[in-house]
Write a protein that binds this ligand. Structure first.
Ligand SMILES: Cc1cc2nc3c(=O)[nH]c(=O)nc-3n(C[C@H](O)[C@H](O)[C@H](O)COP(=O)(O)O)c2cc1C
Length: 169
């Protein structure tokens, strides 16, 4: 699948079958994440791989749109070391770019994933920091639930001419 096709056909997948995701694929997804652009190339990201069902199952207690984690075998938390944020809050965009890179690669490899928003929701930040014992200088950004798809959706066509402006609004 080429890059354009992967981007255009990616959809959020929240139901998975039992097939395990290999360590090789997880490594590839992390490599893809860390190849994202970042402000001044600061690369502030860290990643927490969560494959313990007991930990995955606790996330929905503080994140009300994360029920799929009860059936997911693996998720990756994208977070930022705030000591590496040298561009005044740009860590948010850096982590978003890393997250989206992973979503596209996961889909291109025939797996499915969904971006679960953590930052800037206070209760989700607190919940994930406590659950994963993140140090104070680390901010959680997003959680990506990953698995082999047990559902599929057609390509979404969101192209909208009225959102495009030339030279002036
Ligand atoms: C910042 C952000 C936060 C999101 N948070 C959640 C979430 O908490 N739970 C969830 O099921 N989906 C979440 N999503 C996925 C969106 O619901 C999904 O991307 C959107 O409905 C478009 O559908 P698609 O991904 O299939 O194209 C989130 C997406 C983004 C970009």
């Amino acid at each position: 699948m080429d890059a354009i096709e992967a981007i255009l056909s990616r959809r959020s997948i929240r139901k998975y079958n039992k097939k395990q995701v290999s360590d090789e694929l997880i490594k590839e997804f992390l490599e893809v994440a860390m190849s994202a652009p970042s402000a001044g190339n600061e690369q502030p990201w860290h990643f927490v791989i969560i494959d313990d069902p007991l930990i995955l199952g606790k996330v929905p207690t503080f994140h009300n749109h994360a029920q799929m984690l009860k059936d997911s075998s693996i998720a990756i938390l994208v977070c930022s070391d705030m000591n590496l944020d040298h561009h005044n809050g740009m860590w948010i965009q850096d982590c978003a770019a890393a997250t989206e890179n992973m979503l596209i690669a996961i889909h291109a490899e025939g797996l499915g994933a969904v971006w679960l928003g953590i930052y800037p929701r206070e209760e989700r930040i607190k919940g994930i920091k406590e659950l994963l014992e993140l140090p104070d200088h680390v901010n959680p950004f997003s959680l990506i639930s990953i698995g082999y798809p047990a559902e599929q959706f057609p390509k979404a066509n969101r192209y909208e001419e009225s959102r495009i402006h030339y030279n002036k609004w």
